[in-house]
Design a protein around this ligand. Structure first.
Ligand code: GLU
Length: 308
């Protein structure tokens, strides 16, 4: 099912649902510096799985911008929208193992029957485990979970633990609207690309136990997890979800955004670099990066943009 992949690597996996925001630049920068510091390759993946949310042209713009800012990736980017066959193959494999089952519950039915809401939404109570009982025509496919807690150690957020059965429930790998789910696609892509270091925003900490469980079901070795603190807008929302221009990175403000991203990760470039182009600041950071300065605390945009 999985062949041994080449060298180990880190990655950045933007979703092209809009322009690059400072929050995503922080994830790109953190993953780049941590990969390079560990002597790893660094890959780019375009997470354009969720077709209805993809904005045309956004992926090309993000890639162009990353290049202008000085990032260098080590292989042709993977596009999730081109990988349906591969995801289908892995889903079929899980099906043969009896690990997935079709579910016909609508959201409304799940809400009505969920024992309680978990942090990630209503917990699926397993209604269709022994055969579809819901009223929806289109089927989703869910992975059977178990009640043994899944623990892992995150480099910045330390010990984490989640009981999938009571906190999430059997989760969707193939959506009723015909698209593969993020959890399946990301794990399959990370395995196939030889990703050994996963660096991303702490908003995905809550997905990690599900992904670890999938690695286990597929018999694959786990990557290391390193979640970065989140940049929040002044309203406490994740910055990339905010509307408007605040925090949007473009070629014209690249230097300033790189400075803010470095500052957010606790790095302090020398004064003469403060107004330098992004690519020069990035070169400095490759030499002087100190991950010990990354603190697992979310921060507000306004706390960053105050003048030096
Ligand atoms: N595409 C996801 C995002 O932009 C990141 C996926 C991941 O790093 O696992 O939030």
């Amino acid at each position: 099912m999985f062949s041994f992949s080449q060298a180990s690597a880190g990655r950045f996996a933007p979703s092209p649902t809009g322009p690059l925001h400072l929050g995503s630049l922080i994830a790109a920068l953190g993953s780049y510096l941590l990969a390079r510091q560990a002597g790893l390759r660094w890959l780019l993946r375009i997470d354009d799985l969720d077709r209805p949310r993809v904005v045309e042209g956004a992926a090309a713009e993000i890639m162009q911008l990353l290049e202008t800012l000085g990032f260098e990736w080590d292989a042709e980017p993977i596009w999730q929208s081109c990988r349906d066959e591969r995801y289908a193959e892995v889903l079929q494999h899980l099906r043969e193992q009896g690990l997935v089952y079709p579910c016909s519950c609508s959201r409304k039915e799940i809400l009505a029957s969920a024992p309680h809401a978990g942090e990630e939404g209503p917990v699926y109570p397993g209604s269709c485990r022994n055969g579809p009982v819901g009223n929806r025509q289109q089927l989703a496919w869910r992975l059977r979970t178990h009640a043994r807690p899944i623990s892992f150690r995150d480099r910045f957020y330390a010990e984490q633990k989640q009981n999938l059965q009571s906190e999430i429930g059997d989760f969707v790998l193939f959506r009723a609207d015909g698209f593969f789910a993020y959890q399946l696609a990301t794990v399959v892509d990370d395995i196939d690309s030889g990703i050994t270091q996963i660096v991303r925003g702490a908003d995905l900490l809550g997905s990690t136990a599900r992904q670890i469980y999938l690695y286990n079901c597929l018999g694959q070795p786990l990557p290391e997890y390193q979640h970065l603190p989140l940049l929040m807008g002044d309203d406490g929302e994740k910055i990339s979800k905010r509307q408007g221009e605040v925090g949007v990175v473009h070629a014209g403000n690249g230097g300033e955004m790189m400075r803010l991203a470095l500052q957010f990760l606790g790095q302090s470039p020398p004064a003469e670099l403060l107004d330098a182009p992004a690519s020069q600041q990035l070169l400095w950071a490759l030499k002087h990066f100190d991950p010990g300065q990354i603190r697992p605390q979310n921060r507000l945009l306004s706390g960053l943009s105050d003048k030096r």
